[in-house]
Design a protein around this ligand. Structure first.
Ligand SMILES: *Cc1c(COP(=O)(O)O)cnc(C)c1O
Length: 407
């Protein structure tokens, strides 16, 4: 470490204090961020880093996007929280804009992604009993191996990641897991009691796993034919990341239910939503589901501005064009410290050759060169820059990766 002792002590002091007073449910990289703007963040020592993680795609629009800050600041002057016990003058505008973006009728606003997933499961079960006619408490949901849908007790119960799942049982029944990318396996798992198929169109946490082309369309067809809801968890894959508004758009697939979160809050506050047509989401009746903060006017103001940023399609086109560029540049690294690369828009999983080191070690070396990435599942690093990144910045970041891999 070449930093001056006084400043170095500053970083260490913050990290030590966190160790003492924050539960150890994360193992953060040794950087203490104090400021952010666009694709760049600055640490407490004044060192700048290019953010290639974007808070797991919650920062698709970058840090402190001016249009989003404007929406927040305007709303802060008016009102922030009402609860759904009353109407507020922002929720309807947000919901109608988001429903239009999704081509659906109704929005159920929540806060975190896991809440959107839980809500989607509740809606699917209620739909199964009230519309499809599944016998009480018999409804099942088909999920995919390698899934990541959040951290609540029900959700971790159908994860196959021991770190996410072990010692948190007993697990909720009613879930069947099949291999990801295999539509026939989904069909084989469907019974008359199946309420829904819940999948990520691209598995983010698993390492940006892109299913074979045709998978989503086949799953759509299977769900329709079997009267089963298709629930797409687009919490990480959606809202421009893959060069389309939704990852399902890559196969022109329209799910019955969209689960949205992360970037929906503009990187400012947690905003999530379940979006579906009235024949599905309409099954929920007053009093059956809710959230103290869901649909609050501040969140709605930010969410509306997020939808407006996406309505022009400009960011999606940008992500698509830059994504092709990223794919080409990362492809050049295969065989040079990289064993495989998977790219969808501005989203990439890069498998690191164990001879070079672990994903964590590569992330640490990139940190020292001013680039922030996060490893996942040992050998993979995930690259997901804010969609506002410039081509020159992207090239610079990939060049840092090339240098790190060259050792
Ligand atoms: C992050 C994520 C979630 C959970 O979102 P939280 O806001 O962390 O609860 C659910 N599904 C997917 C696909 C995610 O990437």
């Amino acid at each position: 470490m070449s930093a001056t002792p006084a400043l170095y002590t500053g970083t260490i002091r913050v990290i030590d204090a966190e160790e003492l007073h924050v539960a150890h449910n994360y193992h953060p990289l040794a950087v203490v961020i104090a400021k952010g703007e666009g694709v760049w963040v600055t640490d407490v020592e004044g060192k700048r880093y290019l953010d290639l993680l974007s808070a797991y795609s919650a920062l698709n629009f970058g840090h402190r996007h001016p249009a989003l800050l404007e929406a927040v600041n305007e709303q802060l002057e008016r009102i922030t929280l009402t609860s759904r016990a009353y109407h507020n003058d922002k929720l309807a505008g947000f919901a109608s804009a988001l429903a239009r973006l999704c081509g659906k009728d109704l929005v159920l606003p929540m806060n975190t992604g896991a809440e959107a997933v839980e809500t989607g499961i509740k809606v699917a079960r209620a739909w199964a009993y009230r519309v499809k006619g599944v016998p009480q408490d018999a409804a099942t949901v088909v999920v995919a191996n390698g899934n990541f849908h959040g951290r609540t007790t029900t959700i971790v119960g159908f994860s196959d990641d021991p770190q996410a799942r072990d010692d948190f049982g007993p697990y909720a029944p009613g879930f069947v897991s099949v291999p990801f990318g295999d539509a026939a396996a989904i069909e084989a798992a469907i019974t008359p009691d199946t309420a829904a198929v819940l999948i990520e169109p691209i598995q983010g946490e698993a390492g940006v796993i892109v299913p074979p082309h045709g998978y989503l369309a086949a799953v759509r067809e299977i769900c329709t034919r079997n009267n089963v809801l298709l629930i797409a968890d687009e919490i990480q894959s959606g809202l421009g990341r893959v060069g389309e508004t939704f990852a399902c758009d890559r196969e022109d697939v329209v799910p019955d239910v969209y689960l949205l979160g992360k970037a929906l809050g503009g990187g400012i506050l947690p905003v999530s939503a379940v979006v579906a047509d009235a024949d599905v989401l309409g099954v929920i009746r007053p009093g059956e589901h809710g959230s103290t903060f869901g649909g609050n006017p501040l969140a709605a103001a930010v969410g509306l501005r997020v939808v407006e940023l996406l309505e022009t399609g400009e960011l999606q086109r940008r992500a698509a064009a830059l994504g092709l560029h990223l794919e080409e540049r990362l492809g050049e690294l295969v065989g040079h410290g990289v064993t495989a690369v998977r790219v969808a828009g501005l989203w990439a999983g890069v498998d690191i050759d164990p001879a070079v080191g672990t994903g964590r070690q590569v992330a640490e070396r990139l940190l020292a060169r001013g680039v922030l990435v996060k490893d996942t599942h040992g050998q993979t690093i995930r690259i997901a820059p804010p969609l506002v990144i410039r081509a020159t910045e992207l090239d610079w970041a990939v060049e840092q990766l090339r240098v790190v891999l060259a050792g």
